[in-house]
Design a protein. Structure first.
Length: 262
């Protein structure tokens, strides 16, 4: 497989993928069983009863040794080398000049403070060198001072950025912790609000029970009064009403005279 095919984002499958058939895998297992792990023995002699033994070695059908990959700590995929365990490489591993301790357990604050001070001082020197007159012909071959200052500023900036990137996991852990604390506080507030609402509902239900009990007591009292007014045959006795009209000293002749006058 050529280099362009290896670096292709969508490469074609390797040419030997057609070798991985069920039949060839059975031949490989039988060959390994008969050779007892000795791959130097000829596969044609060990599998002489088969007429279609391939010419290419059956050992190529063996799966990759994972223990070798773990020992090396990296593997290759499409021409790119990948580590087994993802980790952030240090500035020194990337080929840069590392000015702070590589051990993450070491306090890096003094080193970073020195780098920051060096960056400020170098920037001051850079501004001074830019105000200097241009070099003469005799000093034209000597690199200017501002060039050295810019290179040193680049190195110091790379160290600050690399140190900040090393703190990304700590920052992510802190953000996750604060987010989980906030979620816990919100759930506690919601739980407190639910408990308060439940208490209010229970108090309201208690008031409704008391009111219903009072209505039931009044209904029972009225029913008992009505029951006491029933006679022996179960008919409600009516209270006698006085309908008599009081008589006065008016005669029939007076009424006739009053009607004739009308």
């Amino acid at each position: 497989m050529d280099l362009e095919e290896i670096r292709n984002p969508f490469p074609s499958p390797p040419s030997f993928y057609t070798h991985f058939t069920s039949y060839n895998l059975k031949l490989r297992d039988l060959w390994l069983e008969r050779s007892s792990g000795n791959e130097q023995e000829s596969q044609h002699e060990l599998l002489s009863e088969f007429t279609d033994v391939p010419d290419w070695p059956l050992s190529s059908l063996q799966p990759p040794r994972v223990d070798w990959i773990l020992d090396e700590g990296e593997f290759t995929v499409f021409g790119e080398v990948w580590p087994v365990k993802d980790k952030i490489p240090s500035l020194g591993q990337l080929g840069g000049t590392q000015l702070y301790p590589a051990d993450p357990s070491t306090d890096r604050r003094p080193a970073l403070l020195s780098i920051l001070k060096s960056l400020l001082v170098t920037y001051s020197f850079l501004t001074s060198s830019l105000l200097a007159p241009p070099p003469t012909n005799s000093a034209a071959e000597i690199p200017p001072k501002w060039h050295r200052h810019t290179e040193w500023i680049a190195v110091l900036s790379q160290n600050i950025l690399a140190a900040a990137n090393d703190l990304r996991p700590v920052q992510a852990r802190g953000n996750l912790e604060s987010m989980m604390k906030r979620q816990l506080e919100l759930r506690r507030e919601e739980t407190t609000a639910l408990h308060s609402k439940c208490d209010a509902l229970e108090a309201k239900l208690a008031e409704l029970r008391v009111a219903a009990q009072m209505v039931a007591d009044q209904t029972t009292l009225v029913s008992s009064k009505n029951t006491s007014n029933l006679n022996d045959s179960g008919v409600l006795q009516a209270t006698p009403i006085n309908t008599s009209i009081p008589t006065t000293g008016v005669s029939n002749d007076d009424v006739l005279r009053w009607s004739e006058g009308i």
